[in-house]
Ligand binder design. Structure first.
Ligand code: AHR
Length: 502
């Protein structure tokens, strides 16, 4: 058996975790809204048409913020069509996903749903086919108390109190040629600066996210970040990152090494942010919003076919990746990477939440949890506190595309009030278990509370409504001796080790 040693010293604090890194995303795409969170007439739907079975699984995840309404969808979204009396709303063509948008669910419905899900809204404005004025109108509708055209419009829709939406995305993936109204970096730099300036005049308490590159391999990355921040630095609070990974080559060893790419991506983006800060002689440090991240590859071929060859239809099955056990490991690795950057990443959104590349799926017969639900659940429940540097001494293994990578990857979070330390660890060595020695002496006397493990003999195992093949197992035996824990990290496993005073 291989050996791994992790040393965690209380003195080496990285940063407090901003709970918003456990955010998610609902786009008007496929069955995320219609047939996902909203399905009037379904036996599990409440009086507002929200599926209770879905709400229950969402609440369990304790998602603090949900990005809405897109995604690519937002770049040709006419928000006025989605508010007001239902009988006056008209269907529209959604050009992003070649779908019929009935507009029976809009901003007001989403705000109601968010309240029931106990989450905040992260709203995106359309900077594709619209611009400064429209973003201002929407913000006035949402956040201004009363006495103006759009605040009174909201009140006439029965919503007395403003929504007080704090977090706003200045468009979505504006560098991508697939985006309606995509922009050059100079164009986006200008429009985002002007929109940000105007929006903060309406409500100075809001926070704004500037669009970074759509993914790391965009030809304009990282020049896009440098030029756009060069224009809008003063008005924005976060820069966005988006990245999806997948096992297209069916090479799991190399697939699980892709979290190292994510690490490098974050480093590069931070370097650009700090370069712009220095160039501007600014006192402000730019933080990051990793507002789209996940595994996405299983459904790519089908999706291309539907968006090209199908007639206009409402809520088609789109991007319905069925996740495997190895995908859950990859999601775990990505969560660890996000946590270890708690000093600069303040927001992150698992894209997405229901039915569309999602941890939660619905069928007529009920809602169920995909494999990736579990690492996200664990991180959201036990990853709140302060990240402490976990010094990891582990062996490496060879990969086809990433050279030699470390066997064990981990993050440690200390919740001071409860005096609980949680270590999230993935053993991404597929053939060797690890004998783990964890030295936590600096925390005083800690006891092993529990160890949650996700492990399977079948890397391709999937869950379904009928059968949950991949779910965590609990182990209470965590022997500690003089502040040192000894346990085993199984080959190919996600581990949550919880220590405390109890
Ligand atoms: O999350 C699915 C899509 O991925 C989003 O609409 C878009 O922003 C990204 O390309």
């Amino acid at each position: 058996m291989r050996k791994t040693k992790i040393t965690i010293d209380k003195a080496y604090r990285v940063a407090p975790v901003d709970k918003r890194i456990f955010g998610s995303f609902i786009e008007h795409l496929g069955r995320a809204v219609y047939g996902g969170i909203y399905e009037p007439g379904h036996p599990a739907a409440d009086k507002d048409g929200f599926r209770q079975d879905v709400l229950e699984l969402v609440r369990k995840l304790r998602v603090p913020v949900v990005r809405y309404p897109g995604g690519n969808f937002v770049s040709n979204f006419f928000w006025e069509d989605s508010v007001g009396p239902l009988k006056e709303r008209q269907p529209r063509l959604d050009l992003a996903w070649r779908t019929l948008e009935p507009n029976t669910f809009g901003l007001g419905e989403f705000a109601k749903w968010a309240k029931k899900a106990d989450t905040e809204i992260m709203m995106a404005v359309n900077l594709g086919t619209r611009g400064v004025a429209d973003a201002c109108n929407l913000l006035e509708y949402c956040n201004h108390p009363s006495g103006t055209k759009y605040s009174e419009l909201r009140r006439s829709h029965g919503v007395e109190e403003p929504y007080h939406i704090k977090l706003w995305c200045l468009g979505n993936e504006m560098d991508g040629d697939w985006q309606l109204g995509s922009k050059t970096m100079e164009e986006y730099g200008r429009i985002s600066a002007e929109t940000g300036k105007a929006m903060k005049l309406i409500d100075p308490s809001i926070e704004l996210v500037s669009c970074g590159s759509s993914f790391k391999d965009m030809p304009t990355f990282p020049q896009w970040e440098a030029v756009t921040l060069g224009e809008n630095y003063e008005y924005v609070d976060y820069l966005s990152l988006h990245q999806y990974y997948g096992n297209e080559k069916n090479d799991t060893v190399d697939y699980l090494a892709q979290s190292d790419d994510m690490e490098e991506f974050i480093h590069t983006v931070l370097s650009v942010c700090d370069y712009v800060k220095a160039k501007k002689r600014s006192k402000k440090t730019m933080h990051l919003s990793f507002d789209e991240w996940n595994v996405w590859f299983h459904s790519k071929a089908e999706e291309e076919d539907i968006t090209k060859n199908s007639p206009w239809q409402k809520a088609p099955h789109l991007l319905e990746d069925h996740y495997t056990f190895e995908d859950a490991l990859m999601v775990g690795l990505m969560l660890i990477t996000l946590l270890n950057h708690a000093d600069r990443i303040k927001i992150a959104c698992l894209a997405q939440l229901v039915n569309v590349i999602a941890p939660i799926m619905t069928e007529e017969g009920g809602a169920w949890c995909q494999t990736i639900y579990y690492p996200f659940l664990h991180a959201s429940l036990y990853g709140r506190g302060t990240v402490i540097k976990a010094v990891t001494d582990t062996k490496t293994h060879a990969t086809s595309g990433h050279g030699a990578v470390s066997d064990v990857v981990c993050a440690a979070v200390y919740e001071e009030e409860k005096e609980e330390l949680t270590v999230f660890a993935v053993n991404r060595n597929l053939s060797e278990d690890q004998e783990l020695t964890m030295d936590v002496r600096s925390f005083g006397e800690l006891k092993g509370m529990e160890k949650l493990v996700l492990v399977s003999d079948d890397l391709k195992a999937e869950n379904s409504l009928a059968e949950e093949k991949v779910k965590p197992v609990r182990d209470k035996e965590l022997p500690m001796d003089g502040g040192v824990l000894r346990t085993v990290l199984k080959k190919a496993s996600w581990n949550v080790i919880r220590l405390g005073r109890r």
